[in-house]
Design a protein around this ligand. Structure first.
Ligand code: NAP
Length: 275
């Protein structure tokens, strides 16, 4: 039997690193720690090695399509595809950051929504039968959804929203922030939140598409929240450790063979949440 493989984006630190740690202990296959910066990635591999774990490494900057395609080609060549993909990489401006909101919106959506979508565009065709795809989103995306105009909420929650329509909505948010008109257009004042509303919606759209286009492949794709976790992103006041934050993403990555759900859901603390 061929060796199985799991890939985690943005895993040189924080929750991503903790996901790799947990997978190294629990997953029967090769586990790839990936990082946009080779030095930071290799340091992280070394730190896990010192714990007696044995992750492999590949460079992967989700903002760089040539890095995505090079990694995709590597996994296709070496493993014939990917069994588990965890899209964890993301950014967030700090509350106190004075960068103009329109710039924050552009930069945040570029990584958290558009670059993660690029990952999915290039990696979904590689996901093998029985594969698991986990998009690390956030409860902030749910709160943001609830603070959108009723018309936007209706579209994000609808069963018939297409990926093109969603991309158009994300582009519209960025464009409206540039005109200073996003509030009038029904959007709340949070670029990170909108990026995660978009990512959760994208997960639901792509799960529906997988069910339609690959009905017999048993792939499960979900979005999740790790909880509020002590990392560089969230600070040291958060209640969960990175290892605790890894629990729900790893649970979704390791849903047993033959499982049929959850699929296309938003999951927190291992429970499907209302969207
Ligand atoms: N912490 C929380 O309380 C919390 C709550 C809800 C959701 N989340 C989500 O959990 C995930 C992990 O967050 P975290 O708290 O662990 O954040 P973190 O400590 O800031 O780690 C983020 C990771 O993403 C990487 N990254 C950023 N941009 C990248 C790119 N273009 N290509 C590849 N990697 C990139 C970072 O790499 P560098 O080191 O190179 O910057 C880093 O490894 C994110 O999706 C976040 O939105 C976190």
């Amino acid at each position: 039997m061929s060796v199985k493989v799991a890939v985690v984006t943005g895993s040189n630190k924080g929750i991503g690193l903790a996901i790799v740690r947990a997978l190294c202990k629990q997953y029967q296959g090769d586990v790839y720690l990936t990082s946009r910066d080779v030095g930071r990635g290799e340091e992280a591999v070394k730190s896990l090695s010192s714990e007696g774990l044995n992750p492999k490494f590949h460079q992967l900057d989700i903002n760089d399509v040539s890095s995505i395609t090079a990694a995709a080609a590597f996994f296709k060549e070496k493993y014939g595809g990917v069994d588990v993909l965890i899209n964890n990489a993301a950014i967030a401006f700090k509350m106190a950051d004075q960068t103009p909101f329109a710039v924050q919106a552009d930069v945040t959506l570029k990584t958290n929504f558009f670059a993660t979508r690029d990952m999915l565009t290039h990696f979904l065709p590689l996901i093998k039968a029985g594969g698991r795809v986990v998009n690390v989103s956030s409860f902030v995306g749910v709160r943001t959804l609830n603070n959108c105009s009723p018309a936007l909420q209706q579209r994000f929650r609808s069963e018939d929203i297409t990926e093109d329509e969603l991309v158009g909505l994300m582009q519209r948010f960025v464009a409206e922030t540039q005109k200073g008109k996003h509030k009038e257009d029904g959007w709340p004042e949070t670029a990170y939140g909108v990026s995660k509303t978009g990512l959760t919606t994208l997960s639901m759209i792509q799960a529906r598409r997988l069910s339609k286009e690959r009905p017999n492949d048993g792939i499960l794709l979900n979005a999740c929240c790790p909880g509020w976790v002590r990392t560089d992103m969230a600070g040291d006041k958060a209640p969960k450790s990175p290892d605790e934050g890894a629990i729900t993403p790893v649970y979704l990555a390791l849903l047993p063979p033959g499982a049929t759900e959850p699929h296309g859901k938003f999951v927190s603390d291992k429970e499907v949440q209302t969207w």
